[in-house]
Design a protein around this ligand. Structure first.
Ligand SMILES: Cc1cc2nc3c(=O)[nH]c(=O)nc-3n(C[C@H](O)[C@H](O)[C@H](O)COP(=O)(O)OP(=O)(O)OC[C@H]3O[C@@H](n4cnc5c(N)ncnc54)[C@H](O)[C@@H]3O)c2cc1C
Length: 398
């Protein structure tokens, strides 16, 4: 038996290492488009953008680890085609690599806006090279515009403000993150921008970028113009499925797979990480979960299943975001419940919102600067505790 893993970020590298740790002794080949040894992405929008010495980005794999785990890692190799009948992946050089088991872990890329760009100073943020270019751009003390007030946009805005730069965040929604957190909590959490001197423009659509070679600003559909020398577009991510077009694999805004990570109809092909479209075992929703923790958990579970072992117990989705010195943590999917309890505020530097299902059982929580309530929420969820068990006598939201 041998494994070919395409994509060597969190999902791909963790699968490879977990396969070895579970005793798999056969061949493991990893293909990775980037030339860099695999690195972690969360610091790219956080520590890497801070002023001062360039911090080391944590590596997911090094030459030493690859040797220790006997992994055949091929960097700078882009998979271009998959032929499931012949069990072959073709690379950008035309090389054909055969597999017995294929793990697709090609993740996602930054989404762009449907407006022409090509101007210097307009960036997205997904890779180490993106972050390095942005770090250099920030050093020139530009006026900054951020398109999109999701986590990546908010973290970039925060990093730029912490350097004392003028920052405007432009968001299409009337309330940032309301599709995830609901209006009330979205409004509270995004108030962090104003508290730190970042201008937030909501309900705004980008019409075009201003400038001829170098960006000079952003023109909005309502006629307003936001001057900027550096623009970051943070409007979400698209799954990297282009190389699978024509392979016959199902592609539906991601790669649909079953509970065992098997791609439907292709028993020797597995999909994990940001691009996997899968029913979450605890939530009963089918979704791509684009969180660092989830990519690692999926890798561990897939490696267990692929080696015939029992997978670890599934966990609720978890994501964190660091903004202006505050840590925002979300457990579960707030959009699947109703806001049932809130306490604190962003201006106090501590905030918590709990969401319940129709039975008034807590199913999700957003919290700021309080790791203890994250642990308390998980514990309460595991034992099926009530809202009262979780929050005691605190003031309810309704
Ligand atoms: C800037 C940034 C900050 C983030 N911060 C957080 C955070 O604070 N908390 C959190 O929970 N999550 C965060 N995330 C999300 C988290 O990093 C992702 O969920 C995680 O990286 C997903 O891992 P993955 O392995 O599935 O996909 P990816 O990380 O997207 O990796 C896919 C890999 O496949 C490679 N690849 C793609 N196509 C091909 C091909 N055809 N051939 C060969 N290789 C290919 C790519 O080069 C890439 O290395 C952040 C993401 C970014 C970009």
């Amino acid at each position: 038996m041998s494994f070919l893993i395409v994509g060597a970020s969190v999902a791909g590298t963790r699968t490879a290492i977990a396969l070895r740790q579970r005793g798999f002794a056969g061949r493991i080949v990893l293909l990775e488009s980037e030339e860099h040894w695999p690195y972690d992405k969360p610091p790219l929008s956080k520590d890497l953008l801070a002023e001062g010495d360039v911090p080391d980005v944590p590596r997911l794999l090094t030459p030493e680890l690859a040797a220790e785990f006997d992994l055949d890692v091929r960097l700078g190799v882009h998979a271009t085609t998959l032929d499931p009948e012949r069990q072959v992946v073709v690379t950008h050089t035309g090389e054909e690599i055969t597999y017995e088991r294929l793990v697709i872990a090609t993740g996602a890329r930054a989404r762009t806006l449907p407006v022409p760009s090509g101007l210097a100073g307009v960036h997205t943020l997904r890779t180490l090279d993106d972050a390095t270019a942005l770090r250099e751009g920030l050093a020139g003390r530009p006026r900054v515009a951020v398109v999109g007030a999701g986590f990546i946009g908010a973290e970039f805005a925060s990093a730029a403000r912490r350097r004392g730069l003028d920052v405007t965040v432009i968001e299409t929604l009337a309330v940032p993150m309301s599709q995830i957190l609901g209006e009330e909590v979205g409004r509270e959490v995004s108030s962090i921008h104003a508290l730190h001197g970042t201008e937030l423009v909501t309900g705004a659509r980008v019409e075009r970028f201003l400038g001829s070679k170098q960006v000079e600003g952003v023109a909005l559909a309502d006629g307003r113009e936001v001057p900027a020398d550096l623009v970051v577009v943070g409007v979400g991510a698209e799954p990297n499925t282009q190389w699978l077009e024509g392979s016959g694999l199902p592609i539906d805004g991601g790669v649909p797979c079953n509970d065992r990570f098997e791609v439907e109809g292709f028993p020797s092909i597995f999909a994990i990480g940001d691009l996997a479209l899968r029913r979450h075992p605890l939530l009963d929703v089918t979704a791509r979960i684009e969180h660092w923790t989830s990519a690692g958990e999926q890798a561990d579970a897939a490696a267990a299943i692929l080696t015939g072992a029992e997978p670890p117990a599934p966990q609720l989705p978890y994501v964190w975001s660091d903004q202006y010195g505050s840590r925002i943590q979300i457990v579960g999917r707030p959009s699947l419940g109703d806001l049932a309890h809130r306490e604190g505020s962003m201006s106090e530097g501590r905030f918590r919102a709990v969401y319940t299902d129709a039975d008034n059982t807590p199913i999700a929580q957003v919290s700021v600067n309080d790791a203890r309530v994250v642990a308390a929420f998980r514990k309460n969820h595991r034992r099926g505790g009530s809202l009262e068990d979780l929050v005691g006598e605190s003031t309810p939201a309704r």
